[in-house]
Design a protein around this ligand. Structure first.
Ligand code: G3H
Ligand code: ZN
Length: 299
């Protein structure tokens, strides 16, 4: 637990605790207030720290400063370690906007840029964030794993999950050294989105371990929807300290929303017909948090 009754721990401290305990912090994307409460309620039920993520599209919808204020309001009112991440941010200006709005963490996503350009912009983001608030966590990404949290009918265009295309430990080491990032998100067989059958390809656990040894900073696993509990535990024991989930929350929300509208055709109060969709997302977040926070038997 990151709240010890005296002082709230920062996200940096929570990540370092997770790493020491070989567990992971759950990162869940939200697009609306239902998601926001679903994730928070799940984390509170288990009394574990949690990260709420908003991608550029999600924060355009929710509001950048509004997301920041909402998460801070939860942290303060409930004295609870809930943090906000500016997920997949594609330009320095958008990183700056999130840093200035008081986000706890920011990801610069330069995975589609040539290596040197990715390094250059990531470094610029790290330097800016540190100059504003040394507590902000900066994450860099190396290796393209697709861009959308959606149901997939094949591996996303431009993604290659065969060994020679995954992130190489020596390149990850070079990237971390050159940029000064706090966290790195590699391509290790993971993909954004989830295959229609609900089961994504297995992760390259050996590579996760090799990258972790090479970089000596915590790893972040993106594209968690569709991966098995066993893969999560293997990834965590090999150096992953944060796991991202989005598609499974979106699927649960939409399914429950359709059902709720069908079952209550005359209901027009959103706070009534959105109750079940919110609970459906909460259930997904709870299941994942239980996996990420369980003492890892694979050690
Ligand atoms: O940054 C967001 C995540 O990586 C979510 O990926 O939609 O495959 O769960 P997912
Ligand atoms: Zn991601």
């Amino acid at each position: 637990m990151c709240y010890n009754g005296r002082a709230m721990k920062t996200l940096r401290q929570c990540v370092s605790d997770a790493r020491a305990k070989k567990i992971a912090i759950g990162h869940f994307n939200i697009s609306n207030l239902e998601g926001f409460w679903a994730v928070f309620n799940a984390a509170r039920e288990l009394n574990v720290p949690v990260i709420i993520g908003v991608s550029e599209g999600e924060r355009n919808f929710v509001g950048v400063r509004q997301a920041s204020v909402l998460v801070r309001s939860l942290r303060e009112e409930f004295s609870f370690p809930v943090f906000l991440n500016a997920d997949h941010t594609y330009s320095f200006d958008k990183v700056k906007e999130a840093v200035d709005a008081g986000f706890d963490a920011v990801i610069f996503d330069g995975t589609e840029l040539p290596f040197e350009e990715n390094v250059k912009v990531t470094k610029q983001c790290v330097e800016y964030a540190r100059s504003v608030n040394p507590e902000i966590i900066l994450e860099g990404e190396l290796g393209f794993i697709g861009k959308s949290s959606k149901i997939l009918h094949g591996i996303p265009a431009g993604v290659k999950i065969s060994e020679e295309f995954l992130t190489k430990p020596d390149m990850a080491e070079k990237f971390v050294e050159a940029t000064g990032v706090d966290l790195i998100a590699p391509a290790v067989g993971n993909i954004h989105g989830m295959l229609a059958g609900g089961v994504d390809p297995a992760l390259d656990l050996k590579r996760i371990g090799e990258i972790s040894t090479a970089v000596s900073i915590p790893l972040v696993l993106h594209g968690g929807s569709g991966n098995s509990a066993e893969d999560f535990l293997g990834a965590i024991s090999n150096g992953v300290s944060i796991v991202h989930i989005n598609t499974e929350l979106r699927v649960a929300y939409r399914k429950a929303l359709v059902l709720s509208l069908q079952e209550n055709p005359d209901e027009i109060a959103p706070y009534k017909y959105l109750k079940e969709p919110r609970l459906a997302m909460q259930k997904v977040a709870l299941e994942k948090l239980k996996i990420f926070n369980q003492p890892n038997k694979k050690l």
